[in-house]
Design a protein around this ligand. Sequence first.
Ligand code: IPE
Ligand code: IPE
Ligand code: MG
Length: 249
Amino acid sequence: MSAASQPIRNRGETTPPAPTHVGIIMDGNGRWAAARGVPRALGHKAGAEATRRAIEAAGELGVSWLTLFAFSSENWRRPADEVRDLTGLMRHYLRHEVGQLVEQGVRLRIIGDRSAFGPGMQAEIEQAETVTAGNARLNLNVALSYGGRAEIAKAAGALARRAAAGEIDPASIDEAALAAHLDTAGMPDPDLIIRTSGESRISNFLLWQCAYAELVFQPVLWPDYGAEHLREAVAEFHRRDRRFGARTG
Ligand code: IPE
Ligand code: IPE
Ligand code: MG
């Protein structure tokens, strides 16, 4: 076939669709700072810049849902000054980045135990969620004071209370009922979970939801993360054969 008679490639047909929901365990800020001999706080600040880049890159790739693990329920165990630095950065983000999210068509939701934060921060969370509620290009979940086990235990408690009150039949409690009481109720499960920094563990992130997620571990430290790393992770996702327990051949 001559070049002239070859069909014009339609990008939409040749590029596989992006994973619908990507989760990222943003790890390695401390090691990034240590490698430079600078305080950990600067690693977290550089990590916040990487977060901005990842949100933009996810939107451009056509990802519909992005869940970022920013602060775990176990991260409260860190020294008080580090917790202060991290919560300060989160508040700064909530106050100053929301306009940018609106411009990018991003709807922000916070998952996790927001009652662990002070009333000022809780009000800022609500405000940011309200201001971005009308956006639909990219759904962004930021997991703050989040732990997968705590989330599942809370859902089980809510179901138990409803059963004890006679609102639901205990025999009707199934996977869908439990999923409907998680912070991620109504959201699709993650297709791809990325962890940076070379650690190969889940660290209590989206335990229920990750049942059939493809896991991609990248050696890059989070502050160095850029659009090219997200593209690489998505390319790796496309090389995987997802069987969900069934057989393809
Ligand atoms: C990720 O970086 C940020 C949080 C967990 C809050 P770390 O602070 O865990 O960095 P490392 O793992 O010590 O390098
Ligand atoms: C997981 O990272 C939590 C976040 C990225 C927010 P950690 O650095 O806290 O996890 P471990 O301690 O290495 O498992
Ligand atoms: Mg870490």
